[in-house]
Design a protein. Structure first.
Length: 344
């Protein structure tokens, strides 16, 4: 099994300087590179201090100067916010600048907060349809001289410039959840990225089942599937319990952003009280301790072994959590030093 790091800048309070947060972000990426992880993934979000990532290509190009070996992936660009010509060109340019290290993860997006601001009136269904029309065009634009007449995009014969370094272009990953999205990704020859969010083994098994079913009807080379999941390797049970508390707070804010009903000022959502967190039964400490990839070294190894046995090709350690940089680094170090060698 391969391992990667999924990471963003995240700002919890106005007194945190963005420059410091970026330095901490780069430090985590360097740890992943030096520790032998396969890739670093960072995504696209707009107007949210919760996840600071307005252009992943810009970030990945900078990371290539701080790292040597690790692959650099968009995890993910939000398809409806892009034109296929622009996406193909920027991905190819990033591949050129990074020496052929780019991987292109693409999703339909999830936050109605962002849809309202970048594509007013668009809903998740239309976002998905835009993605399905757009993504197959990207590798064709890398090949060159593509004309297209579709529902959402129309353009005369066009070639993405520059050309990617990698033969056939950067590998493409589709963020998939329902069976149809797995079918779309697999049957177009794309890899699949799934996240069960706060849900546990039952959801992880179901998502793999959708992928496996899609592969059964596909005649080409079997794509890869990556599991993105929150992880934490604690030094002891007390440390693990503290991490679960942090992740409980994180998911309450994640859910609030997703629902898009809470007041937002200067990119920050209004504070969620301890009482509100305690009253939210969706993210109880018991559920998160059971369902996330958190625990002592032995417990985390056992959980990842189950994912490997199912057939997952890659586990991506989701480090965004609202924890301090020191605690993120300590857990990641334990993951690299004590967990990854077991799967070497």
């Amino acid at each position: 099994m391969d391992f990667s790091l999924f990471v963003h800048m995240e700002r919890l309070t106005p007194d945190q300087p963005h420059a410091v947060l970026y330095e901490e972000f780069v430090g985590l990426a360097k740890m992943a590179d030096e520790g032998g992880m396969r890739a670093v993934w960072t995504g696209e979000h707009h107007g949210m201090e919760f996840t600071i990532a307005p252009n992943p290509f810009l970030t990945l190009v900078d990371l290539c100067h701080h790292t040597r070996h690790v692959r650099l992936g968009t995890g993910t660009v939000v398809a409806p916010f892009w034109h296929p010509i622009k996406l193909a060109g920027e991905a190819a340019a990033a591949d050129l600048i990074t020496g052929g290290r780019i991987e292109l993860g693409i999703a339909r997006g999830a936050y109605s907060f962002e849809y309202e601001r970048l594509m007013p009136g668009m809903d998740a269904w239309e976002a998905g349809q835009r993605m399905r029309e757009m993504v197959p065009l990207v590798p064709k634009l890398w090949q060159g001289d593509l004309a297209h007449e579709g529902e959402f995009f129309r353009f005369p014969k066009t070639t993405a410039v520059p050309k990617p370094v990698q033969e056939n272009g950067p590998p493409i990953w589709i963020a998939a959840r329902d069976p149809n999205s797995h079918q779309f990704g697999v049957h177009n020859g794309f890899n699949i990225q799934v996240t069960p969010l706060w849900q546990g083994m039952e959801e992880i098994e179901k998502l793999y089942g959708h992928f496996d079913d899609a592969c059964a009807g596909y005649k080409g080379e079997r794509p890869k599937i990556m599991l993105l999941h929150h992880a934490y390797v604690g030094k002891d049970e007390e440390d693990v319990a503290r991490a679960v508390g942090d992740l409980r707070r994180y998911y309450n804010y994640f859910g609030a952003w997703f629902l898009n009903k809470r007041p937002i000022s200067n990119g920050m959502i209004s504070a969620i009280s301890k009482a509100e967190i305690e009253a939210n039964e969706m993210y109880t400490a018991e559920k998160l301790a059971r369902d996330l990839t958190v625990g002592t070294t032995r417990q985390v190894i056992d959980r990842i072994r189950r994912y490997e046995d199912l057939g997952y090709d890659e586990f991506s350690y989701w480090v965004d959590s609202g924890m301090t940089s020191e605690r993120k680094r300590a857990s990641l170090a334990r993951f690299i030093d004590d967990v990854m060698p077991v799967f070497a």
